[in-house]
Design a protein around this ligand. Structure first.
Ligand code: PLP
Length: 387
């Protein structure tokens, strides 16, 4: 049976060149990077080279990078870290209705500790208006957090404009760039970001490692105590192989991203066009042009996303019906509800995401099978009968 992976936004396979770069740090260079002997020092060098590589890639300074266990920790560190450090200045956070749970849940946690959050809505394409963000700011606002691109519908936000509003008002600005780093150009200065989260497994690095960029001078409280790693900002023995792998993944993206993006846009547009042409009663979710090069998301009316996923899985095709983290829940995704989709249409959503190893034949196999799957499911659907 063909096996076709079209769920790169959930996670990507690790590039073999990345695992090759990591391997020595599991065996001969296994030392604890905090140790002063040569075993420790060679591990430390691997980490510092990766830090340098990442910093250059996003326009930062090496000392502004904190390695974390992934995107979720980076988001938690940014939101709670700034809130706790700045509580003498205010208690209000502005974010959006379509953030990843790694941002919304820390905000909700903070609400239990006296903080307040405004969740700014989005338009039908999932775009946040900088004016709406501006209107939500109060004299108690200490943090604005707006994601660079949405993980479900792929819409790319006007982050640079929002960052400049934050800068003008002297408010800290965080962006979750987990879906963009390694996929489109990301520069912390162009985005006017004080904090930026990223995660290696989304750009062909290993799982369980990420980073938070923290602009020099930003007040932030540590969340993990118990050691002086990362200059006391994040305790725990360094994940040397993971960090080295992240650095290698960055280096590969630097070399390959431009061509990969061009190819992915062609495939993405083919997917969108053919689905809209071949299957009736379908809508595209997310912005038509301001969208991630590897993301197609559609709502296919009168059927359930879960049944589509299972039918496609039986054909060896993997995609998603929302973010990886919500696919076990039957509640429609908060992102699709935020763009104004009624529950029944939100339930029929399908996300297809491409990556480094996606081949045109795989896309063709998917496009050949999806209409058949939809036709079969609709034939059994009481909703379709009543149409
Ligand atoms: N933020 C966004 C936008 C994501 O898409 C994800 C993962 O899906 C995360 C945060 C969490 O990242 P991690 O899986 O590295 O914890």
């Amino acid at each position: 049976m063909n096996r076709v992976y079209l769920d790169y936004a959930a996670t990507a396979p690790t590039d073999p060149e990345v695992t090759k770069a990591m391997e020595p740090y599991l065996f001969e260079k296994f030392g604890n990077a905090s140790s002063i002997h040569s075993f420790g020092q060679e591990a430390k060098k691997g980490i510092e080279d990766a830090r340098q590589m990442l910093a250059e890639f996003i326009g930062a300074r090496p000392e502004e990078i904190i390695f974390t266990s992934g995107g979720t920790e980076a988001d938690n560190q940014a939101i709670k870290g700034v809130a706790f450090a700045m509580q003498d200045k205010g208690d209000h956070i502005v974010t959006t209705a379509i953030e990843h749970h790694a941002v919304t849940e820390p905000c909700k946690f903070l609400e239990k500790h006296g903080f307040k959050t405004t969740f700014v809505g989005v338009d039908k394409d999932g775009l946040v208006s900088p004016d709406e963000i501006k209107k939500a700011i109060t004299d108690k606002t200490i943090l604005i957090s707006v994601m660079h691109a949405n993980n479900e519908i792929g819409t790319i936000q006007p982050v640079s404009e929002i960052g400049s509003i934050a800068k003008e008002k002297g408010i800290c600005f965080h962006t979750d760039a987990v879906q963009t780093v390694g996929h489109i150009p990301v520069n912390v200065n162009e985005l006017n970001a004080d904090l930026l989260s990223l995660s290696a497994h989304k750009f062909y690095g290993p799982k369980g490692v990420g980073a938070l960029y923290v602009r020099k001078g930003t007040r932030i409280e540590s969340l993990i105590h118990g050691g002086d790693q990362e200059k006391g900002r994040r305790a725990s023995t360094y994940n040397t192989p993971g960090i080295v792998g992240l650095g290698k993944a960055v280096q590969l993206c630097k070399a390959k991203m431009e061509n990969e993006v061009k190819f992915q846009i062609v495939l993405r547009d083919k997917i969108i066009k053919e689905i809209l042409n071949k299957i009736p009663d379908v809508r595209l979710n997310g912005h038509t042009t301001k969208r991630l090069p590897n993301n197609a998301n559609v709502s296919i009316k009168f059927i359930e996303g879960e049944s589509m996923l299972l039918s496609l899985d039986m054909l060896g095709i993997a995609c998603s019906t929302g973010s990886a983290c919500t696919s076990t829940s039957l509640e429609p995704s908060h992102v699709l509800l935020a763009i104004g989709l009624p529950h029944e249409i939100a339930h029929g959503s399908l996300r297809v995401t491409l990556g480094r190893w996606t081949k045109e034949e795989e896309v063709d196999y998917f496009l050949e099978n999806l209409p058949k799957v939809v036709q079969r499911l609709r034939a059994m659907s009481p909703l379709y009968e009543k149409k």
